[in-house]
Write a protein that binds this ligand. Structure first.
Ligand code: NAD
Ligand code: ZN
Length: 358
């Protein structure tokens, strides 16, 4: 039976980030310096001047062109060792899912021998990581609450996180002011990650009352946000931040279904980013999630978002094989949705047809 862990401390509200200094001051440690991982979007942003940064701290701006790779995580660790900055009192990550996952992964790696790829899997991390604070600037992935940090090992092609209680943030600062500047399309794609995850869970066979409760409330909030006139109003950014938080809690207690495996295929083979990949996949999911397919399209049209089409329409046989393999490898979520005989349903021809329709 799951012995689930939740976030112990979180601070929520507009302007909450102003409390970062106080939180860091209260944290006592042998070393006093802090390592910051900040989404590159904020590089020359007024936010930086507001942070309680000291001269001994280190700031790394995290690139978001590519989703995290194990070798980048190893490199971040190596830089800190080289600078003799590998035992900070805290790691602070400020950004979207890429940056939040980077902070989690480096925090684990600094207290555990070996490389990031050695910890891709379930409960492989042996020692608690460095104390870490997560500050999301984009809502939807649930990376702020989940017990994983997704990374790709380019050598093996494995895309898998460090699933561990040690991966969970020690402290969150949830400040809806921080999501004001997110581009509209990105706000929709990432917000939809919560909605899609939760509808996959609720349509699955492996369910439990706690996972269902988190998912249902997250979906209710997503509906309020994405069926309203302005999904980015002050109220709606607050709601979506809560939906993302709850969606992350749901991930720890439930399984996804068909959308995430197909999106993972797009990501591994075509380098499509996670959240847009889910939305592209959803466009071919009418037969599996008919009611939600209609609702998803209603939300997209209400917000004036067009989902890219045709990215997997005309590929060669070898690429379809690669897409097939990197999709059907996700047996647990697929059997959650389709049952034991999922391989009879998702034949190579069927999977190819679905990718072509995206
Ligand atoms: P992201 O980190 O990929 O960022 C997307 C874009 O938004 C970037 O260009 C970034 O610079 C920009 N951005 C972020 N905040 C902004 C702001 N306030 N204003 C303007 N621009 C801003 O976004 P994401 O969709 O949150 O994260 C995707 C990543 O999350 C993937 O790597 C995925 O694998 C991971 N993920 C992790 C989990 C988990 O449980 N750990 C779950 C789902 C997805
Ligand atoms: Zn997701």
């Amino acid at each position: 039976m799951n012995n689930s862990k939740n976030i112990l401390n979180y601070m929520f509200g507009k302007g909450a980030i102003d409390n970062l200094g106080e939180i860091l001051d209260k944290k006592k440690s042998q070393n006093n310096y802090v390592i910051y991982y900040i989404d590159e979007y904020f590089k020359n942003n007024e936010l930086i001047a507001k942070l309680p940064i000291q001269s001994s701290d280190e700031i790394f701006y995290v690139e978001t062109k590519n989703e995290p790779k194990t070798q980048y995580i190893n490199k971040y660790r190596d830089i800190l060792i080289e600078k003799n900055k590998n035992t900070p009192k805290a790691i602070v990550a400020i950004g979207g899912g890429i940056t939040l996952d980077t902070g989690k992964a480096v925090a684990n790696l600094l207290t555990n021998d070996g490389n990031a790829e050695d910890y891709q899997g379930w409960d492989l991390v042996r020692n608690p990581g460095i104390y870490k604070i997560g500050i999301p600037t984009l809502s939807g992935t649930g990376a702020e609450t989940s017990r994983t940090c997704v990374m790709t090992n380019e050598k093996s092609g494995l895309k898998l996180g460090m699933n561990s209680d040690f991966t969970i943030y020690d402290q969150l600062i949830l400040d809806p002011n921080l999501t004001k500047t997110v581009p509209k399309e990105q706000y929709f794609y990432t917000g939809m990650d919560t909605y899609l995850h939760c509808i996959e869970s609720l349509n699955g066979q492996f369910r439990n009352a706690i996972g269902d409760a988190f998912s249902q409330q997250a979906i209710t909030l997503c509906r309020e946000v994405f069926l309203s006139d302005d999904m980015m109003s002050d109220d709606n950014r607050e709601k979506l931040m809560v939906a993302s938080y709850l969606g992350g809690c749901a991930i720890a207690n439930s399984f996804v279904g068909i959308i995430h495996p197909f999106s993972a295929g797009l990501s591994v083979v075509l380098d499509t980013h996670h959240c847009i990949g889910n939305c592209i996949t959803m466009n071919a999911m009418d037969e599996f999630y008919p009611k939600e397919f209609d609702e998803f399209n209603l939300m997209a049209s209400k917000q004036g978002i067009s989902i890219p089409r045709g990215i997997a329409a005309n590929l060669n046989e070898e690429t379809y094989k690669a897409l097939y393999n990197s999709t059907v490898i996700h047996e647990k979520p697929l059997s959650n949705a389709l049952g034991e005989n999922l391989k009879d349903i998702l034949t190579f021809e069927k999977v190819t047809e679905i990718f072509k329709r995206m």
